[in-house]
Design a protein around this ligand. Structure first.
Ligand SMILES: [Zn+2]
Length: 290
């Protein structure tokens, strides 16, 4: 049911946050339909990442699309038959296990805004993705500094990283430019780290400290040992960690040392290779697995 159809407003505030020289983008999205809860669904796309957030105000956010068309089936199961609207799509970085599935998603769904770190990457998949974005004239925001998106009262996506300008740059390791964002549904927070490495985690801890605290953590880089440092875990203090991995993947993800760091902190571990889609439902106060 369409309750309200607000015209999108974009307000640019320069240097208005706790950090100097930060451009904050506050963007109010169309409110489609209100519900009493939000869903954060870690889609089972095999070895890769794909996260669908359905806000309590009816907006859909997709972060990454896994490596192939499997994401279409997962989206079909988690969105209503008539829902072909994605208010925001984020490509955390251009590795195949994150953008492969986005090509067909962008073809089939109506996308209001696309977020990308903007790095140079040479692959036919990446080229295909940009060609669809350009032909459909999908608005793009490159993330080169903190950006805050407001979806309604107390529903916020705070894009924390990259806070350096990678746009047009060819970097050796795409993971170093991976977008990191914190989604908040009132008192429930989810830290979504893409394939960020410990270097990025250290920078986030230094910049934001206890602001990073989140009940839910999507462990960086599929539970690789290059992510989820002790310091990061002790700062984020998650109650549950999601590992987005394919069964018997050739990378050996997740790594036993990462699992041990999570277990030592009594953090509940949920894995897409064991559970399939992991659907967490927030009422703004509490979150449960459904
Ligand atoms: Zn990855």
């Amino acid at each position: 049911m369409l309750l309200k159809h607000l015209k999108r407003i974009i307000i640019l505030i320069s240097g208005a946050t706790v950090l100097s020289c930060v451009l904050t983008v506050v963007l109010f999205f169309n409110i489609h339909a209100r519900s009493g809860s939000a869903e954060i669904i870690f889609l089972d796309v095999g070895q890769g990442d794909s996260i669908l957030i359905k806000t309590r105000y009816g907006q859909n956010i997709l972060i990454d699309g896994g490596k192939d068309n499997r994401v279409l089936d997962r989206l079909g199961r988690n969105l209503s038959f008539f829902d072909h609207k994605l208010d925001m799509v984020i490509a955390t970085h251009p590795d195949a296990d994150h953008i492969g599935g986005l090509v067909s998603v962008l073809e089939r769904y109506d996308v209001d805004l696309f977020l990308d770190p903007g790095i140079v990457h040479d692959s036919s998949m990446y080229e295909a993705m940009w060609s669809i974005i350009n032909s459909k004239k999908i608005p793009v925001n490159y993330v080169s500094q903190r950006q805050i998106y407001e979806f309604g009262d107390n529903v916020i996506l705070d894009v924390l990283y990259p806070n350096i300008d990678f746009v047009g740059k060819d970097i050796e390791d795409n993971n170093l430019a991976s977008i990191v964002a914190k989604f908040s549904d009132n008192k429930i927070d989810a830290m979504l780290t893409g394939d960020a490495h410990i270097e990025t985690e250290n920078e986030l801890v230094a910049l934001y400290g206890s602001y990073l605290e989140s009940e839910i953590l999507k462990a960086g880089h599929h539970g690789s040992d290059t992510s989820s440092s002790e310091e990061f875990l002790d700062t984020v203090k998650p109650e549950v960690a999601i590992l987005s991995v394919g069964a018997d993947n050739s990378y050996g993800h997740p790594k036993p040392r990462t699992i041990n760091r999570l277990k030592a902190r009594l953090i509940t571990i949920l894995r897409t290779d064991e559970t399939g889609d992991i659907r967490l439902v927030s009422d703004g106060e509490y979150v449960e697995l459904r």
